[in-house]
Design a protein around this ligand. Structure first.
Ligand SMILES: [Zn+2]
Length: 308
């Protein structure tokens, strides 16, 4: 679990500067009223005859076509997508789209329904968990990318300061906790987001590298390489070749949570599984791992969507 990418900056430096050389008055921060270029309205060519509507092609009868099915489970109507495959047993997958069942081609629908009923407790609780998480995420207002925007960083918040500059630059002042971004005239919100993301990745890479070295020494192991990822919900990974990858988005969380993921992945160098021996290795360098593990799960759910 866990991931993150490189980081370097951390340099101080306050924003307000960068007013253009010929004027003393500060230049107002660029406003991002229209975040993305709006596509031009479609034009209609009246001279040409209208194109006849094409009939949709008939759907090809695929043998493995996915079927949406319903099943009454206790008092619930459970909707699921059924997919046939060459696998030998019935499998269940739950994601934001709901339940997906993969079943061998020879399985009858009655057998599949029975398998679902046998697993109903697990399925219903997982679906409920998903639904709650999704609702919590949707409740959060998206970040507004303007001067004064508040961004999650290392378990607390930093304030984004924007100013117009002759060329792009970014400085972080750890005292005021302000991330100042100089943007050229006419910079888009997309560009701003990319710049903030790049800054966070640089910070993440630098910090994670330090924490890896620290915990590797404590555990008495060595990783062969480290890189950042941005894999959806996976926080980190460790390969048999001792390559550790950490999700750069961990940089939103507090240092103890980052350290937990670092310790977790390093322990995989000793144990490529989640056996009691693995957890003992984690515990030897990170005693309160259970607490951190739970907190990471919680914090991840609370995180606003920053960069979709
Ligand atoms: Zn693991």
């Amino acid at each position: 679990m866990a991931s993150a990418s490189n980081a370097t900056s951390g340099a101080a430096g306050i924003s307000a500067a960068a007013a253009s050389p010929q004027t003393a008055a500060p230049i107002p921060a660029p406003a991002f009223s229209a975040p993305f270029p709006v596509p031009a309205p479609a034009t209609v060519n009246l001279l040409r005859p209208p194109v006849p509507l094409r009939r949709p092609d008939p759907a090809p009868p695929a043998p493995d076509v996915q079927a949406r099915r319903q099943l009454l489970v206790g008092e619930f109507i459970l909707e699921y997508v059924l997919r046939r495959s060459t696998r030998r047993s019935i499998g269940f997958m739950i994601d934001d789209d709901g339940l997906r069942v993969t079943a061998p081609k020879r399985c009858t629908l009655a057998e599949i329904d029975n398998a679902i009923r046998a697993k109903q407790h697990w399925i219903l609780s997982k679906l409920d968990e998903r639904r709650q998480r999704r609702a919590a995420r949707l409740e959060k207002p998206p970040i507004e990318w303007i001067d004064g925007a508040v961004l999650p960083y290392l378990g607390s918040e930093i304030t984004l300061r924007l100013y117009t500059a002759a060329r792009n630059r970014s400085d972080f002042n750890p005292v005021t906790r302000e991330l100042s971004m100089g943007l050229v005239q006419g910079a888009t919100e997309h560009l701003l987001k990319e710049r903030v993301k790049a800054w966070m990745k640089r910070e993440a890479e630098q910090l994670f590298e330090q924490r890896l070295d620290l915990y590797a020494a404590r555990l008495g192991v060595r990783h062969s390489a480290f890189s950042l990822t941005s894999a959806g919900t996976r926080w980190g990974s460790c390969t048999a070749q001792r390559v550790i990858r950490l999700n750069w988005k961990l940089v939103h969380f507090s240092l103890p949570l980052i350290d937990y993921v670092v310790a977790h992945e390093l322990a995989h160098i000793l144990e490529m599984n989640h056996s009691p021996r693995f957890w003992a290795a984690v515990e030897s360098i990170y005693p309160r791992y259970a607490e951190a593990k739970e907190l990471l799960r919680k914090r991840a759910q609370e995180l606003p969507v920053l960069f979709s």
